[in-house]
Design a protein around this ligand. Sequence first.
Ligand code: 13P
Ligand code: SF4
Length: 346
Amino acid sequence: MSLETLHKEMSERLKDLVPEVEIRHKAELVHEINQLKAERNAVILGHNYMEPALYHFIPDFAGDSLELSRKAAETDRDIIVFCGVEFMAETAKILSPDKTVLIPSDKAGCSLAESITAADVRALKERFPGVPVVTYVNTYADVKAESDYCCTSGNAARVVEALDSDTVIFLPDEYLAKNVARETGKHIIFPSVVSRAGSEFQTEMDYQMIGWKGRCEVHEQFTVEDIEKIRSQYPDVVILAHPECSPEVTAAADYSGSTSAMIRHVEKTQAPRYLLLTECSMGDNIIAAHPNKEMLRLCSVRCPHMNQITLEDTLNALKYTRYIVEVPEDIRIRAARAVERMSQIG
Ligand code: 13P
Ligand code: SF4
């Protein structure tokens, strides 16, 4: 596609979201990225939280963590450029060890991934021997390597229910764990808190899930008061909350699901207006694709890690083959087992 046609398409799609002066510059970057992508036999995967110009114009596939991990496993290109955060790019490397996996910024972390180490998981396994460990994909490869199964927000309850075990260690997101416990009717404990109180809980309590106190720094900000305020102003609003929000927030919302599940819900329903309790860019991305949907904004909330991934850096990733994602082979093999077990469950 010529630069002029691309510019026209981008202006049309992004007209209410990006100032026209910026669109020309972004169109030039997108044009160069797409040319280089073809020359280098690369595939670009983009998470639903990417900013609209990037999200709508450069990825070969866009989606939630689960969908992108599947695409990463299937690709036959030489290079995967992952427009998302580090744990996602690592998952791509875990599943496609022979490909060069690039992440455009080396500063795209995640508060959940930072919340737990492989040593923490080993300590929990010693404390609760024989209990299967389910780890959210929002963790680094060495943590996945200590786990029996991975899960994403799209299949967490399914993975927990598929296990033939009365008890599950579910790490590291406190709120996702509580949401899964509620969905599956399980009773959850957080052992570090209980042990500080010094009680002899291990053999006496009736628990089926053992959690960890990690949190997403974006989703923990949404409150039930936010929901009440918006509903009092707009009684007909449909509110969607990501399962990394607190269980009080997901219970007060109308729908909860992974980022792609929320997008699909907006696409297939006809509410007068919607509010997404998740990272801000997703609302913009939906507006760009469906200008007649009304999306309310509660938008002080941009993930500082996802925000690191820009068109400029994506171009530089392809130009300079940076930043290369590496996972030591012994860790990769064990982490791949946990990710593949998740994929078998679905
Ligand atoms: P999804 O898997 O639902 O896309 O979520 C990823 C994420 O980082 C949410 O904060
Ligand atoms: Fe991590 Fe939250 Fe950002 Fe997702 S939105 S990458 S969970 S900090």
